[in-house]
Ligand binder design. Structure first.
Ligand code: SF4
Length: 458
């Protein structure tokens, strides 16, 4: 069986699905350039030509079909299961590219994974529902001011299930001075619309921006979870760096800007990690920018580990998801698992965060159930929403029997509990934002395709 092959990098598929990253062609963002952001001319905005994904994309002149094929071949060679793919689209602001480029880009991804060409996107998606390499999740990087109703509709049509938006710091003055081109208002609106359309929402946070300081960063970060207008599902925390070819590289001396020292980064991260609640996952800390592309002295890349060790030594528990996932814990106890439910308000809706954990709080699976604040997509009328159903552990192919937590029924338990909770609260329908490649799974539980969602009458 494929899962018994010794994996070269098991962590890549350790969260249950195998990520496949594709890069957009270079293009400048419409609003201008945020002060810290490199790229846009020869490489995509916010990247350098020395990042591995960009170097690969450059080899293929950013042709998406060639990128997908080459990544797929590499993942297979490394022994990763490739039946459940999370497609991740990076570089610039996807929603600002011309529509024809967006459409052909997404269609191309499905076509390569399907191994056949299609007459249109709809056909490519239909084929992918039962293809060998299924897109079970799709992530798009976006700006808070590119999340209008029409843009959300479009992201659903493409099959996206997760959207990451640049938030950086909740401070209008800093937004203005660093050229972000939006305000907190757009962050609030985007968060609500995305959650009410069932998306999983990730924020990019940037401590150490010009005009901020350690105290301000921590204060503003607290608001992310104290104020229900925000409460993201995921975070990427990237301390600001002075990257060659960014506006900051030209002005940092003039504005007397200095990046945080390792000590300051550690302090900020330690305080941030202690605040993050159970329902949020820290996807990444520190951007991997090659040293030769940085003007400042590069921060230590092991800071996340050092911070986590320090918190553990102090016996403070870290609640965020990634640290508790079974894939990252040696403790593989299947016994004593129980259902834990956290209820909280978020962006005018009510969230139920359902988890299967064991007595040590090791996480085996989770489901995000939402009673939306507003409904603006016709197919979601009167529906409660499942924004995420995820069972952790080493990814397995679709029909492999489970040895860890995948494929041993945790998904079903969580889904039944969500249906029960929605029904008890007066909902007649439950809609799941399902990746194209997971539609077959939900059909087994009585769900049918309505618009772009899998819906069940309760
Ligand atoms: S929105 Fe993102 S990609 Fe665009 S300039 Fe700002 S940081 Fe760079």
């Amino acid at each position: 069986m494929e899962s018994e092959i010794k994996l070269k990098k098991p962590v890549r598929s350790g969260s249950g699905v195998t990520p496949l990253t594709v890069v957009l062609k270079p293009r400048k963002c419409n609003h201008g350039t945020c002060i810290y952001c490199p790229g846009g001319d020869y490489v995509p905005q916010s990247y350098t030509d020395k990042s591995p994904a960009i170097m690969r994309a450059l080899t293929f002149d950013f042709d998406v079909r060639k990128q997908v094929q080459s990544r797929l071949d590499a993942l297979i060679r490394m022994g990763h299961p490739t039946e459940k793919i999370e497609l991740i689209i990076i570089g610039g602001t996807f929603l600002q590219y011309p529509f024809n480029y967006q459409y052909d880009y997404i269609k191309g991804c499905y076509e390569v994974l399907n191994g056949v060409e299609s007459k249109d996107l709809k056909e490519a998606q239909k084929i992918n529902e039962t293809a060998k390499h299924r897109v079970v999740a799709m992530c798009i990087e976006n700006r808070p001011d590119n999340c209008s109703v029409e843009e959300i509709r479009l992201m659903r049509d493409f099959g996206a299930t997760r959207v990451e938006i640049g938030v950086q710091i909740l401070d209008n003055e800093i937004y203005k001075k660093t050229g972000r081109g939006h305000t907190i208002k757009e962050v609030i609106e985007a968060s609500q619309r995305l959650k009410d359309a069932g998306f999983k929402v990730g924020y990019h946070i940037m401590p150490g921006l010009p005009y901020s300081n350690v105290k301000k960063d921590i204060e503003k970060f607290k608001i992310l979870f104290e104020n229900q207008n925000f409460r993201p599902d995921q975070l990427k925390i990237y301390p600001c760096q002075i990257v060659e070819d960014s506006p900051l590289a030209k002005v940092y001396k003039k504005i007397n800007y200095k990046t945080y020292t390792d000590k300051e980064i550690k302090k900020v991260l330690t305080e941030m990690m202690a605040i993050i609640p159970d329902y949020c996952r820290v996807m990444r800390v520190m951007r991997e920018i090659p040293k030769e592309k940085m003007i400042n002295e590069a921060a230590s890349t092991s800071i996340r580990k050092e911070v986590e060790d320090e918190i553990k030594n102090k016996k403070t528990s870290i609640k965020e998801i990634r640290m508790r996932e079974v894939g990252f814990n040696k403790n593989l106890l299947k016994s004593n698992t129980k259902l834990k439910i956290i209820e909280y308000f978020s962006s005018k809706g009510k969230e139920f965060f359902l988890e299967i954990v064991n007595s040590e709080d090791v996480l085996f699976g989770l489901l995000r159930l939402r009673f939306p604040g507003e409904t603006f997509l016709d197919e979601l009328k009167d529906c409660a929403l499942v924004r995420e159903l995820h069972v952790y552990g080493q990814a397995l192919n679709l029909h492999e029997k489970g040895k860890t937590s995948q494929h041993i029924g945790f998904g079903k338990t969580l889904l039944l509990e969500a249906e029960k909770t929605a029904k008890e609260n007066g909902y007649k329908k439950l809609a799941v934002i399902s990746g194209i490649g997971v539609r077959e799974y939900y059909k087994k539980f009585g769900y049918e395709l309505v618009g772009t969602y899998m819906v069940k009458y309760l």
